[in-house]
Design a protein around this ligand. Structure first.
Ligand code: ATP
Ligand code: MG
Length: 360
């Protein structure tokens, strides 16, 4: 099959790690008989340098015309980069928020998996992680506090600020459906996370998730308050399969979960809309501290490409092949600097990409 892939290499380590992920995709194409056609797209700092703005209509159009977009990372060092002299709406990250909204990418998926081979990088006690964990955090990405009205006013000389948190039932239902569909293909459990003891938006969330659950009788549903969930993630992470939650809770919990899994350089993400289209990117950022050193871990970008094969192209076998190749490389003891441990063999970004290809 022909895979039309938009590629945003982006800023910082983005170009280094995406190049390796593309090699892996090409290797998959060779082995399974697919043709990967790439369109390079500019966004973030790279777009500011050329076009003066972080995201152009041309890039949005080209992204729309692709089946899926693979992205590196956006942004740079806020202390030193001239991009951050610009007003917030013109900085690299503004492009990211805009493309999510323009392409209606409402479902953000971030798996947090503890690789057997990397248990030594996990900050949790051995007894807690002896059975490992493998969860998928599903964060609503285009609603809630991030997109509500906000203002700061003066009331009798006292500065007062408002941020509005709004969800309607349609927004909740579409993310809930996505969550149940994904859980149905995994271990068939959804933990819906809210603050229903306090917030109206959470009470509606809970109601709509319960209504939606009726269409998925094979999937177990439980509700959990967000404060308890934050605690359970470090106490017993193995209990989770799919965590379904709103925008800000998801932001916070997914960062917590990725730290619990050990290394930011390992974790991919996907942002999906109602179609098969998706934007796939590593969970980590542009890592200005290691740019150009050839030591960035390309595994998160590579696993993002695997998520793309699975969700946008329904190529489960190909996705599994990539994931197995990554596990194999780790099992053989090859590590980039960020996941290095005693007795292992340290390799750079490029060698890691080549090793993964060699196991496909
Ligand atoms: P952003 O705001 O874009 O999320 P950030 O400020 O959270 O960025 P990152 O760019 O994610 O920060 O970097 C955090 C730390 O993780 C840095 O020390 C960076 O070098 C490291 N890091 C991030 N991604 C990788 C990677 N792929 N390989 C190795 N180290 C990484
Ligand atoms: Mg970050």
């Amino acid at each position: 099959m022909k895979l039309n892939i938009g590629v945003i290499k982006g800023d910082g380590i983005g170009p280094e790690i995406v190049s390796e992920a593309m090699k892996v995709l090409d290797r998959i194409g060779e082995v399974f008989g697919h043709e990967c056609c790439y369109t390079q797209l500019l966004m973030g700092g790279a777009s500011i340098d050329v076009n003066g703005v972080p995201l152009t209509d041309e890039t949005i159009g080209l992204a729309r015309a692709s089946d899926a977009v693979l992205m590196g990372s956006i942004g740079g060092d806020a202390g030193t980069s001239p991009w951050y002299q610009l007003e917030p709406s013109k900085r690299p990250e503004a492009g990211l928020l805009k493309i999510r909204k323009e392409l209606n990418l409402f479902a953000n998926l971030r798996p947090a998996v503890l690789y057997d081979e990397l248990k030594d990088a996990c900050p949790l006690k051995e007894e807690i992680i002896k059975d490992g964990f493998d969860m998928m955090i599903m964060r609503e990405l285009t609603g809630g506090l991030y997109f509500g009205e906000r203002k700061t006013v003066d009331i009798d000389g006292v500065r007062t600020a408002y941020d509005e948190l709004t969800y309607n039932e349609k927004e909740i239902r579409r993310i809930a459906r996505r969550g149940f569909e994904i859980a149905a293909k995994r271990r068939k459990k959804v933990t819906s996370v809210d603050k229903a003891n306090v917030l109206d938006s959470s009470r509606l969330w809970r109601n709509v998730v319960e209504e939606t659950a009726k269409d998925y009788p094979d999937v177990a549903l439980e509700h959990m308050l967000v404060d308890n969930c934050a605690m359970q993630l470090v106490k017993a992470p193995g209990q989770f399969d799919v965590i379904l939650t709103e925008n800000m809770f998801g932001d916070i919990l997914s960062d917590e979960a990725s730290m619990v899994a050990g290394s930011i350089g390992m974790l991919p993400s996907a942002s999906l809309n109602e179609t098969k289209f998706g934007l796939y990117e590593p969970s980590g950022g542009s890592a200005p501290d290691i740019v150009g050193k050839g030591i960035a871990n390309p595994i998160a970008a590579t696993l993002s490409a695997a998520m793309m094969l699975r969700f946008s192209f329904d190529l489960d076998m190909e996705a599994n092949t990539v994931e197995n190749a990554v596990s194999q490389v780790l099992r053989e003891g090859y590590r980039t600097a960020d996941i290095m441990a005693a007795g292992k063999i340290q390799i750079g970004t490029r060698e890691m990409g080549e090793k993964i290809c060699s196991y496909i």
